[in-house]
Structure formats: structure tokens, C-alpha cells
Design a protein around this ligand. Sequence first.
Ligand SMILES: Cc1ncc(COP(=O)(O)O)c(C=O)c1O
Length: 113
Amino acid sequence: MLLLLDTQPGDEIIMPSYTFVSTANAFVRVPVFVDIREDTLNIDERLIEVAITPRTKAIAPVHHAGISCDMDAIMSITKRHHLKVVEDAAQVLCHLRALPKKSPFNDLLFTMI
Ligand SMILES: Cc1ncc(COP(=O)(O)O)c(C=O)c1O
């Protein structure tokens, strides 16, 4: 992920506070944890914008336990702030079957199993 996103020391990656440690490890850069929603346990998209700083490089939504994040809201934020989106899809393998070969909304989508 380091090379793919061309991140530098000090760059920040926004991700949910509730996830597996591998989400943060994949980036090697500074994780900025954003609280999750009570209903889906996914990142709370309403709290993302206040976590963005000039060092923010990407947002890493994690689709928890087969439930998708609100990608419409997240994509709208990333477009406004010119950020990359890297989805952690480790917990949505069955869901992926229904997606086209290239996901329509992300820059990168990864699974690590
Ligand atoms: C959210 C999340 N990301 C990534 C992974 C994969 O981690 P690893 O490749 O270290 O096994 C998992 C595995 O459970 C996970 O739950």
C-alpha cells in the first residue's frame, strides 16, 4: 500500500476505530481512527471530515461483517478533498461476488487472508 499510494512518513490514513490490526498495518503510515456507527459498526461517515488534515492521504473504509460502508457519502468526501479510497474488503468476500470485476467506486480494494 505504501508504494501504491506513494505515501511519505507523516502521511495520515483515516480508518475506523473498530477493525482488525491488519487494516492499519497495511499502510505503515499514521492511522487516524474515526469512531464507528452503532447500527453497522462501520466507520461513521459523518465524522470523517473533521478528521481530515493537510497530511491526510487516504480513507480506508472497512466493510465490517459483510455490511457495506456508506460509500456514496465516503466517495463524496474523498472527491471534495482529493483523497484516495482504499477499501478493506476482508470481511465482505461473499458480497464481492456480486460486484463487477472493478468496483465502481474505489481506487483500491484489498483483501488479506
Ligand atoms: C478487517 C480485516 N482486514 C484484514 C484482515 C486480514 O488480515 P491478515 O491478512 O493479517 O490475516 C482481516 C482478517 O480477519 C480483517 O478482519
